[in-house]
Write a protein that binds this ligand. Structure first.
Ligand SMILES: [Zn+2]
Length: 175
């Protein structure tokens, strides 16, 4: 089933466990157009997204986690720590598990940590990117062969490139 978090932004889901990381980042409100709410703004919407009741304190933890992962993707050295539990099946496929007794926020932190490491091992961590159109900043999965995509959608690419081509035309007229 496609992620509702990504669908409300019109974005495709990242494959494998990276969807967990992408969803967390994309709980943000859309700042550039019709602005659906930030899912981590209120305990109710965050609980609904997680499928588990969380407290006000845990909501704060989730927001901090989202900020850390965003910083990580922006290239900052943002240390992430948490309880990770890995499960490896008969085929040797590793997946991130929830540590028994963890709160929903702790469990998500552990899953995110594990998925980042697994994606790095698989070689597709650098495909998860934040949109290069500043006001957008949504997380998308770069499917391109040479991993060169910079915008989450044609909509954002146009917003970046339109003013530029107008500038170019203006320069051409002046010279
Ligand atoms: Zn975008």
């Amino acid at each position: 089933m496609p992620s509702r978090v990504n669908a409300r932004h019109g974005l495709a889901d990242a494959p494998n466990g990276l969807l967990t990381v992408q969803e967390l980042l994309n709980t943000v409100a859309l700042r550039t157009w019709d602005a659906p709410d930030d899912l981590l703004e209120r305990v109710e919407s965050a609980s609904e997204w997680l499928g588990e009741e969380i407290s006000e304190a845990e909501l704060g933890e989730l927001k901090a986690l989202r900020d850390s992962v965003r910083e990580l993707l922006h290239g900052a050295a943002a240390p992430l720590s948490g309880a990770v539990s890995l499960q490896v099946d008969e085929d040797g496929h590793a997946s991130a598990g929830v540590t028994p007794g963890a709160t929903p926020a702790e469990a998500l932190r552990g899953r995110v940590l594990a998925e980042v490491l697994l994606a790095q091992a698989r070689g597709d961590w650098d495909r998860l990117k934040l949109c290069g159109f500043g006001p957008c900043d949504l997380a998308f999965y770069d499917q391109s062969k040479n991993r060169s995509a910079r915008w989450c959608s044609a909509r954002c690419a146009n917003r970046v490139n339109l003013p530029r081509s107008r500038e170019r035309r203006a320069v051409a007229r002046e010279s």
